[in-house]
Design a protein around this ligand. Structure first.
Ligand code: ADP
Ligand code: MG
Length: 403
């Protein structure tokens, strides 16, 4: 079978009508995607059962307790909650209202997303309180409503939305976060007491659990015999080392499949997985850069452009100039330094102290903490999306260094 496909490929470029004839690797590539909700969730049966138990109170007409689902990235939080919600919808029909959204950049945006699911349009230019009233009125007061806010930490410390939601008698709020300390990010005392969630912690998967998950998803995604022996275990051990992240493992498999196809092969080998690692890494960096705030993207671009010789305050000054000329507003050095510390925490930059020579004290510098080659193009692209020319940033940096 595999042989015949290779013969097809040999004639690939001669017969233009054959351009879509590629090695048969995938049965259903979607089965590897993050949005796919599989029938089974190996090693999450217990968590699934607990969440289902609490949410099932709604079927009997009781408001379920608020929940907070915690655990690091790729531990199956989102897929497990989505699965319970899906089953609940099937089971309870219209008796229970369920809303799910990944939070937006602001509470207003998040409320708009929730409104969309209720079929109400909440204009962004209206005040938050007015939109809240409209949203509240759209909810049937006799029905139990389960509101899932995924990545809930992203709207904190703003708390009005959480306060309003948790104050409604018929709403159960389910928060999901990969920040274990998310409750400490809530500063509003009223919310701390009205949210007061039951916490359910998802542990990181170990290598053998990841292998079980991969085997199951791979059996849906790939044609028989595509995966070489050892590939699943290899991918599982890589993912276990990088934090037990199932998404990373699945992405690695999908990229490997794509590479196999692009090389005209119908088998995925450990060698192909090694090649895929690089691409996945770059994809992850791309995603984490695009998740940054606009000022953070500018700060990062300045550090990339500066080749590591600027003090934090010089970086902030350049950032203010860029912001002023491109969006007409800037931020205080204090805010920028908070943003910079976060870039440090995320592993993009390092703020370091260097001695100026014996007895001359020291200075602070900002250093790039990852390969410049890898992120240069990504940063340039992100700035482009904001209508900022990277070369302009380079010029400003040169100017600052010269001065
Ligand atoms: P989190 O929300 O914790 O970051 P996700 O729920 O998005 O993680 O899971 C990441 C990926 O791994 C998704 O594609 C998901 O379907 C898959 N996944 C996670 N846990 C399991 C599991 N136990 N069984 C099958 N697939 C899983
Ligand atoms: Mg998630």
């Amino acid at each position: 079978m595999g042989q015949r496909r290779e013969v097809d490929l040999a004639t690939f470029f001669e017969d233009k009508s054959d351009i879509f004839k590629i090695p048969r690797v995938y049965k259903n590539r979607d089965a590897l995607s993050g949005n796919f909700i599989p029938d089974e969730l190996p090693h999450r049966e217990e968590e699934l059962r607990r969440i289902a138990q609490y949410l099932s109170y709604a079927i009997a007409g009781n408001t379920p307790p608020n929940l907070l689902i915690l655990g690091s990235t790729g531990t199956g939080k989102t897929v497990t909650v989505k699965k319970v919600i899906k089953e609940l919808k099937n089971y309870a029909g219209g008796m229970v209202e369920t809303l799910y959204t990944v939070v937006g950049r602001t509470q207003q945006q998040t409320l708009i997303f929730l409104g969309q699911q209720m079929g109400v349009r909440l204009p962004a230019r209206r005040g938050f309180d007015e939109n809240w009233r409209k949203f509240k009125n759209s909810i049937d007061g006799d029905k139990k409503v389960i509101v899932v806010l995924d990545e809930i930490d992203k709207i904190l410390p703003s708390c009005d939305l959480l306060y309003y939601l948790t104050r409604q008698q018929n709403i159960c709020l389910v928060g999901i976060s990969n920040k274990i300390g998310v409750m400490e990010m809530i500063k509003d005392k009223r919310v701390i007491s009205s949210f007061n969630p039951i916490k359910i912690v998802f542990k990181r998967y170990n290598s053998s659990q990841l292998a079980d998950i991969l085997r199951y998803r791979a059996s849906m995604a790939f044609c028989n015999g595509v995966l070489d022996d050892g590939v699943i275990n290899y991918v599982a051990s890589l993912a276990a080392k990088s934090g037990g992240d199932a998404r990373y493992a699945l992405d690695l498999l999908a990229f490997s499949g794509d590479i196999a196809i692009s090389e005209g092969r119908s088998k995925i080998t450990v060698d192909i997985v090694r090649k895929a690692m690089n691409e996945v890494e770059i994809e992850y960096i791309r995603k984490s850069i695009s998740d940054l705030t606009d000022p953070q993207k500018i700060l990062l671009a300045i550090v990339v452009a500066s080749n590591e010789n600027l003090s934090p305050s010089a970086v902030y000054n350049i950032c203010k100039k860029v912001m002023l000329s491109y969006c007409g507003r800037d931020l205080t050095s204090w805010r920028l330094s908070e943003y910079m510390s976060e870039l440090d925490l995320l592993g993009f930059v390092r703020i370091i102290k260097k001695g100026r020579g014996k007895g001359k004290g020291f200075s602070w510098y900002v250093q790039l903490d990852m390969s410049r080659d890898v992120i240069l193009d990504i940063v340039r692209e992100e700035l482009n999306k904001m209508d900022i020319d990277f070369e302009h940033v380079v010029k400003l940096v040169k100017l600052a260094k010269g001065g």
